[in-house]
Design a binder for this molecule. Structure first.
Ligand code: NG1
Ligand code: ZN
Length: 533
C-alpha cells in the first residue's frame, strides 16, 4: 500500500496555492516558476506510479519552460521509449495537481492506484533533469521530495537539454536488449552523435563555420561539449552562451524569437556575415531555426519546413541509391502551421499528412511510415525509422559499391538522429551533413521552394475554450458561423489561407494567415483576428 504517513508529512511541506488551477497541456505543466512547488512534488509521485504501472521501467521528468520567459518554468514526463507521456495520463496529472489539500491528494492517489490497477510492490525508477532557469534548483528539490515520499529510485541527470533527457530515458530502458539505444550518459550521447557525424561527412570538403545562437540557455553547454567531440570536422561558433546573468535566457535570441519576429537576433547583427549560415536553439535545445544573410545583407529564415524538405529529399535520394525505393517508404508529417509553399513542394514528391499541433500527434503519425519525417514550422522535429526499416538497413545485401555507400549513410543517419524527440543539436548536425553532401549554401537550400509570406498573431479572448476545431485544426466548428466568415475573407486573397485555433500552451487564440504578397498576408491575419476578437 501507499506510504500514506510519509506522503502526508512531505505533502504538507508543498501545499497547493489555493487560487490556482493547473493543467497538463501539450508541453506538460507550464506557468510561473514561483507557483510550481506543489506541482513538482506531486509529479514526483505520479512519475513513480507510472513507472510501477510499467513494471519498473524508468520514467523521465524534465523541468523546463523551453522558449518561455526566464521567470516561467514547467515540467513534463517522458515515457520509457523516450516519448511524450501517454495522453490518458495527462488527465491523471491534472487531477493530482489540483487536489486542494494533502488529504484530498492522497485520496486522489488511492483512486488512481485502484482504477489503473497499479501494483505498488513493483519498483519505481525515475531520471530527472532541468534547464538553466534560476527557479529550477528549488523545483528539483520539491520533485525529489515526491520521489522520496513514495520510496522511488531517483537519478539526477543534472542540468541538461530536453532531448538529452529523452535520450537517457530510452538508453536506460533498452540497455542490454537488442534495441540498445546508446550508453546511458551524456558522454554516450555525445559519442553516438559525433561518431555518426564524422562517418557521414568523411571525405567531404569542410563547410564554412556555423554561427550557433544558444539563446543563453542549456544548449550552450551541449554545444561546448559537442565541439570537444567533433574536432575539426565541423567549425561551430557559439553565441548567446551566458547562462548565469539574470534575465538573458531567450531574451531577443533563440529559435522562437527568430520564428515569431522573422528577424536575426540583434546580438548577431555584427557577427553573421553575408552568405554565412547561422542557427538558433531555443531555451531547452529542442527547437532549431537556420538562417543566412544574402549578398545585400537581407535576412532569410530557414525554418522547420525548410529543414523537413532538405532532410526528406536527402533521405529519399539515399533510399533510391541503396536500391530500396520499392521497400522503404518515406513520408512527411506537418501541422497547419506548415508554410503552403512547403506543403506544395513536398506533396508533389512524397506522402504528406497534416495533424493537430503538438509533438505527440506528429510523432505518432510519423511512426506509421517506414521513415517518417516530422517538423513543426517552429523548428521542432525529427525523423523516425521503423524497427523493420532499421532491420532492412542492417541486413540488406547491396549489389554495387554505390548501394553499399548509400546504405551505410542511412545506417549512420539512424545513429545521428535523436529519434525520441526534436533535438536542436542532432538536427543541426543532420542539416550540416546534408549541406556538406549537396555542397549547398544557405541560398541554394532556401531555393528548394519559395515560402509564402505569412503572419501569426495572438488574440486574447474571454474564453478560448469556445473555439473548437476540426480537420487537423484547419477549420473552426465553433463559435457557430465564424468559419464561414473566415472563408469569405480568405477567398479575396491570392493563395490565401487562414485558420484560427486555441493555443494549448497559452491563454490565447492563435490566428495564422498566408497569401501571395507580404502586405496581403498581414492584412488577412489582422482581419481574421478582428473577427475573433
Ligand atoms: P500552442 O500554444 O498550442 O500553439 C505551441 C507551438 C506548438 C508546440 C507547442 C509545444 C506554435 C504556433 N505553437 O503550441 O507548435 O511547439 O507550443 O511547445 O508554434
Ligand atoms: Zn523547447
Amino acid at each position: 500500500s501507499l506510504p500514506v504517513e510519509l506522503i502526508r508529512k512531505l505533502a504538507d511541506q508543498h501545499p497547493k496555492p489555493a487560487s490556482l488551477r493547473f493543467q497538463y497541456g501539450t508541453a506538460g505543466f507550464r506557468t510561473l516558476g514561483t507557483v510550481l512547488d506543489s506541482v513538482m512534488f506531486r509529479v514526483g509521485i505520479l512519475a513513480a506510479l507510472r513507472s510501477k504501472r510499467l513494471d519498473g521501467k524508468t520514467i523521465g521528468v524534465m523541468v523546463t519552460a523551453s522558449h518561455n520567459p526566464e521567470a516561467d518554468n514547467g515540467v513534463k514526463l517522458v515515457d520509457p521509449r523516450g516519448e511524450m507521456l501517454e495522453a490518458a495520463w495527462e488527465g491523471h496529472a491534472t487531477i493530482l495537481a489540483n487536489a486542494p489539500s494533502s488529504d484530498s491528494f492522497i485520496d486522489a492517489l488511492q483512486i488512481l492506484v485502484k482504477n489503473l490497477k497499479i501494483d505498488l510492490s513493483k519498483p519505481a525508477r525515475i531520471i530527472y533533469a532541468r534547464d538553466t532557469r534560476p527557479s529550477g534548483g528549488a523545483l528539483v528539490s520539491a520533485l525529489e521530495d515526491g520521489i522520496k515520499a513514495i520510496g522511488a529510485e531517483g537519478r539526477n541527470a543534472g542540468v541538461t537539454t530536453t532531448p538529452i533527457l529523452h535520450y537517457l530515458v530510452r538508453a536506460i530502458n533498452t540497455k542490454g536488449t537488442k534495441d540498445e539505444y546508446g550508453e546511458d550518459s551524456e558522454e554516450g550521447y555525445m559519442k553516438k552523435l559525433s561518431t555518426a557525424f564524422k562517418k557521414l561527412v568523411a571525405g567531404k570538403p569542410s563547410s564554412p563555420p556555423l554561427i550557433v545562437d544558444c539563446a543563453n540557455g542549456v544548449g550552450a553547454q551541449a554545444i561546448a561539449e559537442i565541439i570537444q567531440y567533433l574536432g575539426d570536422t565541423l567549425q561551430l561558433i557559439p553565441h548567446n552562451t551566458d547562462t548565469t546573468t539574470p534575465g538573458v535566457l531567450n531574451h531577443a535570441s533563440g529559435a522562437d524569437f527568430v520564428k515569431t519576429t522573422q528577424k536575426l537576433p540583434p546580438s548577431l547583427a555584427s557577427v553573421l556575415k553575408p552568405g554565412q549560415r547561422g542557427c538558433s536553439f531555443d531555451g531547452d535545445a529542442d527547437r532549431l531555426m537556420y538562417y543566412y544573410l544574402d549578398d545585400r545583407g537581407q535576412f532569410h529564415m530557414l525554418d522547420g519546413d525548410k529543414i523537413a524538405a532538405l532532410v526528406a529529399a536527402f533521405i529519399v535520394e539515399l533510399v533510391k541509391a541503396a536500391g530500396l525505393e520499392e521497400i522503404v517508404r518515406v513520408g512527411i508529417v506537418q501541422t497547419a502551421y506548415a508554410n503552403g509553399g512547403s506543403t506544395k513542394y513536398l506533396a508533389s514528391r512524397l506522402p504528406v499528412r497534416c495533424v493537430p499541433t503538438g509533438v505527440k500527434h506528429l510523432h505518432h503519425a510519423a511512426e506509421k511510415y517506414d521513415v517518417g519525417v516530422y517538423f513543426e514550422a517552429n523548428g521542432h522535429g525529427t525523423v523516425l525509422f521503423s524497427p523493420e526499416t532499421d532491420e532492412i538497413f542492417r541486413t540488406h545485401q547491396p549489389s554495387t559499391p554505390a548501394q553499399s555507400t548509400a546504405l551505410n549513410h542511412l545506417l549512420n543517419l539512424t545513429q545521428l538522429i535523436n529519434q525520441t524527440v526534436g533535438d536542436a543539436l542532432s538536427d543541426m548536425l543532420l542539416v550540416e551533413v546534408v549541406l556538406a553532401h549537396k555542397s549547398y549554401s544557405g541560398a541554394e537550400w532556401d531555393s528548394l521552394y519559395v515560402d509564402l509570406p505569412n503572419r501569426l498573431v495572438k488574440v486574447v479572448v474571454v474564453d478560448r475554450n469556445i473555439f473548437r476545431t476540426e480537420d487537423a485544426e484547419r477549420r473552426l466548428v465553433s463559435p457557430p458561423g465564424l468559419q464561414a466568415k473566415i472563408d469569405e475573407l480568405v477567398r479575396r486573397y491570392e493563395a490565401g489561407r487562414a485558420f484560427v485555433r486555441p493555443s494549448g500552451t497559452e491563454d490565447v487564440v492563435r490566428v495564422y494567415a498566408e497569401a501571395m504578397l507580404r502586405p496581403q498576408a498581414d492584412e488577412l491575419a489582422y482581419r481574421v483576428a478582428g473577427l475573433v476578437y
